[in-house]
Design a binder for this molecule. Structure first.
Ligand code: ADP
Length: 364
């Protein structure tokens, strides 16, 4: 054998040994030409002196049928993909193996052998199972949440009627109780909405109805909503005229700024100034929501956008919430192609910056 041929065969042999798959190469008479360590480990074969033997004399009898079917099909079709079987390995643990066969043909299309490749599928299957479970969980949460909303809508509707009746009859004590029922029912409704929205974002079902819109107008609408219950605050909205209209879903974007401005109010119990600055910098549009409230520690900042994360401290005692607002906010912004970053100092306040690329000037 020529030196170069020997080197080449050595290279092929090392390559086959180093691949993370089990590999067996047969000649046209079903005799083994190569069988790597992974293959011998999976099928419990003694690798010494297998070369030249018929595969049926080497493979455990319980697998002979599986292999002969695969080999015959490969000879007929030229290629067989991922035929799955269970194989017990050390300690009796079963693993799932995908077997594929590929015929070897020369340039004149003459068959001269075939390769069998086996891949361990247990990790892949586990990942698929986890994805399925996660989807089931999201579907379950979303269907339960929808079911909860129906009776809640009735509770809110009838409480509203009772509140009017109590007012007409000047029943002040009853009015006070009904007001509490209403507030709590509304809080419950907001929690359900948050859960439904989070499930939509996670399952990729959030559908954006994009149109060219003004971020400033959205922020101003949000301020009009919150201002009624925020007497202790001064709102300053300062947008550069250079900001173009950008392609966004107005309803979802309103939710983003409602969350951020409501948080700025909620986490600034002493009141004060809340600024919303809009400007362009480099290739991006920025909207900063700035408060001078309780702020956050470095540790809290690193978890801020995680689902259900809430800071537990003396400063946040008595402030209610689901811990979903910022996760939803981030999900909506990212679905638009933007990002959100936060700077904060404990006791000094926080700045949440919503950033969109200027390329969003067009509806894409
Ligand atoms: P929620 O307000 O319902 O708890 P969020 O997801 O909106 O949930 O916020 C997560 C946590 O981040 C809050 O519980 C709070 O501890 C902290 N946080 C959010 N916004 C601010 C802010 N502007 N200032 C200080 N802490 C904040």
């Amino acid at each position: 054998m020529k030196e170069s041929t020997r080197n080449f065969n050595g290279f092929i042999h090392s390559l086959i040994e180093s691949l993370p798959y089990g590999i067996m190469v047969l000649d046209h008479d079903d005799r083994i030409q190569e069988l790597n360590r992974n293959f011998s480990f999976i099928f419990n074969i003694n690798i010494a002196d297998v070369k030249g033997k018929n595969y049926k004399d080497v493979i455990e009898s319980k697998f002979v049928d599986v292999f002969s079917n695969l080999i015959e099909d490969t000879k007929v079709k030229g290629f067989v993909m991922d035929r799955q079987i269970s194989v017990p390995i050390l300690g009796g643990v079963e693993i799932t193996i995908a077997l594929s066969g590929s015929a070897l043909k020369d340039k004149d299309n003459n068959f001269y052998g075939l390769t069998i490749i086996c891949r361990e599928m247990t990790a892949t299957r586990e990942l698929e199972r986890m994805r399925e479970l996660d989807k089931l969980k999201s579907d379950f949460i979303s269907s339960v949440s929808h079911d909860l909303k129906t009776p809640l809508t009735s509770i809110i509707g009838y409480t509203d009627i009772l509140m009017q009746l109590a007012k007409e009859k000047s029943l002040s004590e009853e009015s006070d109780y009904l007001k509490i029922i209403m507030q709590e029912a509304m809080r419950f409704a907001r929690m359900i909405d948050d859960i439904i929205n989070m499930a939509k974002i996670e399952s990729g079902k959030l559908q954006l109805k994009k149109e060219l819109a003004s971020l400033k107008e959205i922020v101003e609408e949000v301020i009009k909503i919150v201002i009624v219950q925020a007497e202790k605050f001064k709102f300053i909205v300062n947008f550069d005229n250079s900001i173009p209209l950008i392609s966004i879903d107005k309803v979802q974007m309103k939710r983003v700024f409602l969350n951020l401005v409501s948080n700025a109010i909620k986490y600034s119990p002493q009141g004060g100034e809340i600024r919303i600055d809009g400007y362009t910098k480099g290739d991006n549009v920025y909207v900063d929501v700035i408060d001078h409230g309780i702020g956050m520690s470095e540790e809290a900042l690193s978890h801020m956008f995680e689902k259900f994360y809430r800071v537990e401290s003396d400063a946040t005692k008595g402030i209610t919430g689901t811990g979903l607002g910022l996760a939803i906010t981030k999900g909506i912004i990212e679905a638009h192609g933007g990002t959100i970053v936060v700077r904060s100092k404990l006791g000094e306040g926080s700045t949440f910056s919503v950033i969109f690329p200027l390329t969003m000037k067009k509806i894409i």
